[in-house]
Design a protein around this ligand. Structure first.
Ligand SMILES: [Zn+2]
Length: 127
């Protein structure tokens, strides 16, 4: 149980700055929207298979809805002016790249938690 809690806290520490889910040292992203194929520190391959990040789309949608649906409801209830709606849609557009980054990072961490790579990649780690 304590090991699981330690693992969870290390996952949170690695996820917030978007570090590798395996070593929590190498960056997941090479640029703002460009990902590394392999961790620059431990050489873990991020994209395990073709279409691997499809699940991150659903995570991104969930994050998006969790943030913006309550704001949408509040704007509907208070019958916001056109400027309120413009600000809402502008904020939605500005959040897209951040949600993209964190949905992919979160998917990497969830997948690492459910299916750790230690067993799978020990032999092919330094190809
Ligand atoms: Zn790593």
């Amino acid at each position: 149980m304590q090991e699981k809690q330690r693992q969870f806290s290390s996952y949170i520490k690695g996820l917030l700055p978007l570090k590798c889910p395996r070593c929590q040292k190498g960056d997941i992203f090479a640029g703002f929207l460009t990902m590394h194929h392999y961790c620059p520190y431990c050489r873990t391959q991020f994209e395990r298979e073709h279409g691997y990040f499809t699940a991150s789309i659903y995570i991104g949608y969930g994050i998006y809805m969790a943030i913006f649906f309550p704001i949408f409801v509040v704007l509907m209830i208070i019958e916001s002016s056109i400027y309120g709606w413009m600000g809402f849609f502008l904020a939605m557009a500005l959040f897209i790249p951040f949600i993209f980054r964190y949905s992919r990072g979160l998917w990497l961490y969830i997948d690492e938690w459910l299916n750790p790579r230690d067993k799978e990649q020990k032999s092919s780690r330094y190809e």
